[in-house]
Each structure stands twice: as C-alpha cells, then as structure tokens.
Unconditional design. Structure first.
Length: 194
C-alpha cells in the first residue's frame, strides 16, 4: 500500500470540492466578466444620472458654470492660436518631414474641437462647485493635460512618418477630452458634496 502525498491529497480534495481545474477557471472568468459588466452598467447609470440631472443648475454671471466656460473659451482661443503656429513651424522643420495640412487645417481642427469643448464645458460644469478645492480652473487643467498627451502621441508618430493632411486633430481632440473629463469629474464631485 502506498501512502498518498500531501500534494495528491490536496489535489483530490480540491477536485472533489470545486471540480476540474478548467471548470474552476471558466467559472471564475465568467463570474469576473459578469461582475465587470454589472459594475460598468451601474457606473454608467450613475454618471448619466449626474450628467442629465439639471435640478441644481442655475445661470448667472457669478456661477461656476459661467466662469469656467468663459475661462476655457479664452484659454482655448489664445492657447490654440499660438499652438497652431508653433506646430506649423515644427511641421516644416528637420524633425518632421512634410507640412501636413497646413495652418488652415490646424486652425480648423482647433476651432471645431474648441466649439465642442466650450459647449460641453457649459453643459457639464455645475453651477456650484464642490465644497473642497478650487474648481475654477479644472477644465483648463484638463485641457492642458489632454494637450500634453496628444503632443506626446503626435511627436512619437509624426517624427517616424511625418504628418499628413488630416492628422492635425490629435492635440485638439485630446484637449477636448481632457477638459470635458475634468468638467464631468467636477460635476460628480459637486453632486457628491452637496
């Protein structure tokens, strides 16, 4: 008679309790996927309720909504006018082969995403900020963070192959996502603190 080893005994006990290893892994993956989808759905519903709830929105020159929208409008116009010209100079330099779509395309993408950012910032920013922190410049900080991410992507990609017409949407789009993400976060924090 052979004495069973601890490993074979442990394997036998776990096999009796949980079944075959493939069944355990499959069950774990399915349960984990269902939990992830459930969490995503719950977060989506909570975020949608926050975005579409307009009960606390008020308009007025002293509200955070108007002030943050005004600041992002001025900051976007000044920043992207300068950034478009600097980008056009870089596009023609030795570090980037080709001119891309030119200054007209740069300004067109900047204006298009600027309009989306201003409208979205006005819609998403709450009238009254959260109780803690200084929320006045939050969309601007998001815009700059998005610009940095878009700039890193553009420098890496454009120095390898050069910009082409239609490529100049990257930085304005990332800035738009950053600004609107900051405004949404501000709205969620304001709703939670009141």
């Amino acid at each position: 008679m052979t004495v069973p080893s601890p490993e074979s005994t442990g394997t036998w006990i776990l096999g009796r309790l949980f079944g075959s290893p493939s069944l355990v892994v499959t069950t774990f993956l399915v349960a984990n996927a269902l939990w992830a989808w459930w969490s995503l759905g719950r977060s989506t519903v909570a975020t949608a309720a926050t975005v579409f709830n307009r009960t606390q929105d008020r308009l007025g020159p002293q509200t955070l909504k108007v002030g943050a929208t005004w600041r992002i409008t001025v900051a976007w116009a000044l920043f992207y006018a300068l950034a478009s010209f600097v980008t056009q100079i870089w596009a023609g330099s030795q570090f980037s082969s080709g001119q891309g779509g030119g200054i007209e395309e740069l300004l067109l993408w900047s204006a298009a995403f600027g309009a989306i950012t201003v409208a979205g910032c006005f819609y998403l920013t709450p009238s009254q900020g959260p109780r803690h922190g200084d929320p006045r410049w939050a969309p601007y900080v998001g815009m700059m963070g998005g610009y940095v991410c878009g700039l890193i992507w553009a420098v890496v990609v454009f120095t390898k192959r050069g910009p082409e017409p239609g490529d100049w949407w990257v930085c304005p789009a990332m800035s738009c996502v950053g600004a609107l993400g900051s405004a949404l976060r501000l709205r969620i924090r304001a709703r939670a603190s009141h």
